[in-house]
Design a protein around this ligand. Sequence first.
Ligand code: ZN
Length: 249
Amino acid sequence: MVRGVMSQKSHHDIACPGCGAELCVELYDSVLVDEEPGLRTDLLTGKLNRVVCDKCGKAFRVDQPLVYHDREQEIFIHYHPLVGGVTMEAAVDAFNRAMAELRRLVPAGMRLPETHLVLEWSELAERIFVLEEGLEPRVVEHIKYMMFQQNPEKLDASSKGLLFDAQDSTDEMLCFVVQDRASRKLEAMLHFARKDYEALLNVFGEGQGLKLLMDQFPGPVVNGRLKFLQDRLMEKAEEPEGGREEAKA
Ligand SMILES: [Zn+2]
């Protein structure tokens, strides 16, 4: 494994969202949770990179890039939030640069563990759970894609998100919660039979199925909701004028 990696903190100049005061705060840029398991708990309970403004007392979490390492479970995730004008392209660029740097550092021929890129804080926590459960993120996101496809009325992908819920999942069922993206409220729960997940895993595990899955989610961002929205935009662009009118009605 890559040596010399450890949890890292550095100072950042930020503006308080409450009063606008300029603050210099110490934040984690990367966490190594197999060495400091408390940081995993802090992250999952929203305490990591949370600061209190010394002028107005407002407590808030600073959204900034974070690298998550769990070498024991081989979980490596880069969190790159799309805040402050950061675009998806810029986040992917930064991720690709970091991966190129990593490849430069490891001996030739050494296999690099799969590293994930997520763009939202809730997605970071979710991906940790998905990987800890030993689930395949692309298959999980494919399931969400199908859920959006099958429930166009109740589950509007532009305003609702789906999050894997490890806590309520059982040996029989995988649970997903519907979250309103604006209010962050959890609104409903959807279930997906684990045996159907296993069947998908078989289909997508190798050969043509694997190719299809990789075509659907080439990465580094693997997100069923975004992919669904993207595909819908493409479909709309391809529809003739009349079809578009009909879709609106
Ligand atoms: Zn303040």
